[in-house]
Design a protein around this ligand. Structure first.
Ligand code: NAD
Length: 483
């Protein structure tokens, strides 16, 4: 059995602590042992990161960018192998890993590698003086990851942090500790000096230590809302900068003028991609009453063709959920939905595919006849459960869509350009998708509003999150003091 450790400069650092088990979600079997990082080790890792960061920040953006571009190429060349590790980590279908999460990691390295040389400041003139601003790195930054998109989460955080001249320490979720090593190896092979991308392992204990450590300048979390609140509290004593990418219960509004086929396709992928374990999924599907019956019938018909099973099989659409605990939580929500009076229109059961009987699979599930106050409609389930709701007019749809403390994603399906702009403008959400869903190119910011978090990943806004502004004022004349 392979044991994985804290990882610095492409080298393991044993801590001697009792390892925890990493299970394969599709079978429930232990596939690796993971040794948590000790608190003493964390001090070492942070000190080495701080030392390495000085030299890294002194390089030009062009030189830093080249390393990231080389790492992107290495990861792109290894897409298939990397995707297999991602599948072992998450249990998602390999076809998705190969085309979605995994390539999005090198995409981010490529984008930030490209713009590392182009971080302009501002220039100001005064009588006899000039001023200018620069974006300067923060120092040592830390990422704390959720388990649903481990490649993407690590790269979306590390790429802008490194491009801007920081050192980066990544703590993957304890559920998905494996794929980060592939990223670390690619960065090391690309020429990233030791100490600039390190992996620490463990649960909330080590996550909390990262937040409280005075040597860490910034923490970026991808996780649940409650964890986000803890991160702020834990980071308060050191006044750390914080980015929070949290949960959601996002609306998808299907207007009567939508292309019905497209609307059904979008609703299915906005709910069942990665077995519904996507933070921004459009799980509250509001459909105009005039097309509701037709829409639901098509959703149910097409849901029946979703193949659930062996995640390594390229013909499978939906793999396993991350863990038994999480599967039970999703199944419990399905029971809650039934008890609340929603109509179970599709799915609703655990699946035990042949050869994978102990895996954590759940059928794609559709509830219709939902109302806004049901728990399945208000709370994040983070599994393959769609709630269909009916509305009568545009204003009503917008106000019901916004009636949540989350604000991560939102979608609308319409063929009217005017309506697309009008409604998109009113949705309280970090991202709005029109006639598609969950599309996140690296140059477009992604992040939450309301309790879905703050700060942005991707784009130049992410670079801002890993830098601060320094203002320099230069007097061009002799100094005339008052005394
Ligand atoms: P989680 O909040 O339980 O854990 C996330 C990470 O935080 C893990 O690495 C965990 O070890 C760590 N952690 C837990 N307690 C901590 C503490 N007190 N201090 C420091 N670190 C701590 O979330 P999860 O179950 O791994 O992931 C699912 C959640 O993540 C969902 O709510 C989902 O919506 C959200 N998510 C958000 C985004 C986004 O971009 N907005 C993306 C993916 C997932």
């Amino acid at each position: 059995m392979i044991t994985k450790h804290t990882y610095v400069g492409g080298q393991p650092r044993p801590s001697g602590l009792e390892p925890f088990d990493k299970l394969y979600p599709a079978t429930g079997e232990v596939i690796a042992k993971i040794e948590p990082t000790s608190l003493e080790q964390l001090d070492e890792v942070i000190a080495e990161a701080a030392e390495a960061q000085k030299a890294w920040a002194a390089l030009s953006g062009t030189e830093r960018g080249r390393v990231l571009l080389r790492a992107a190429k290495i990861l792109q060349d290894r897409n298939e192998a990397l995707s297999r590790v991602e599948v072992m980590d998450v249990g998602k279908a390999i076809a998705e890993a190969e085309s979605g999460d995994v390539p999005s990691g090198p995409d981010a390295l490529e984008y930030f590698g490209g713009i590392a040389r182009d971080m302009p400041g501002t220039f100001h003139t005064y009588p006899g003086a000039v001023g200018f601003t620069q974006r300067v790195p923060l120092g040592v930054c830390a990422g704390i990851g959720a388990w649903n998109y481990p490649t993407q989460i690590a790269c979306w955080k590390a790429a802008p942090a490194l491009a801007a001249g920081n050192a980066f320490i990544h703590k993957p979720s304890e559920e998905t500790p494996l794929v980060a090593y592939e990223i670390a190896d690619a960065l090391t092979e690309a020429g990233l000096p030791s100490g600039l991308f390190s992996i620490v392992q463990g649960d909330a204990t080590i996550g909390r230590a990262l937040c409280e450590h005075p040597g860490v300048a910034k923490v970026s979390l991808t996780g649940g809302v409650d964890t986000g609140k803890l991160i702020i509290k834990q980071s308060a004593d050191t006044l750390k900068k914080v980015t929070l990418e949290l949960g959601g219960k996002s609306p998808l509004i299907v207007f009567e003028d939508a292309n019905l086929d497209d609307a059904v396709g979008v609703a299915l992928s906005a709910n069942f991609y990665t077995a519904g374990e996507v933070c921004s999924n459009g799980t509250r599907v509001f459909v105009h009453r005039s097309i509701a019956d037709k829409f639901l019938a098509e959703v149910v018909r097409r849901t029946a063709s979703i193949r659930v099973g062996d995640p390594m099989d390229r013909d499978v659409h939906m793999g396993a959920l991350i863990s038994e605990t999480h599967m039970n939580k999703v199944l419990e929500y399905i029971e809650i939905g039934k008890a609340e009076g929603a109509t179970l229109s599709a799915g609703g059961n655990r699946v035990r595919p042949q050869g994978f009987e102990n895996g954590y699979f759940v059928e794609p599930t559709v509830f219709s006849g939902c109302t806004d106050n049901m728990r399945i409609v208000r709370e994040e389930i983070f599994g393959p459960v769609m709630s269909v709701l009916v509305f009568d007019d545009e204003d009503e749809a917008v106000s019901r869509a916004n009636d949540t403390f989350f604000g991560l994603g939102a979608g609308l399906m319409t063929t009217s350009l005017a309506r697309a702009h009008r409604v998109a403008d009113q949705l309280q959400s970090g991202s709005v998708w029109v006639n598609t869903y969950n599309i996140c190119p690296p140059d477009l910011p992604f992040g939450g509003s309301k309790q879905s978090g703050f700060g942005r990943e991707n784009s130049r806004f992410a670079l801002e999150g890993y830098t601060e502004t320094r203002s320099t004022y230069i007097d061009l004349n002799n100094f005339e003091g008052a005394y």
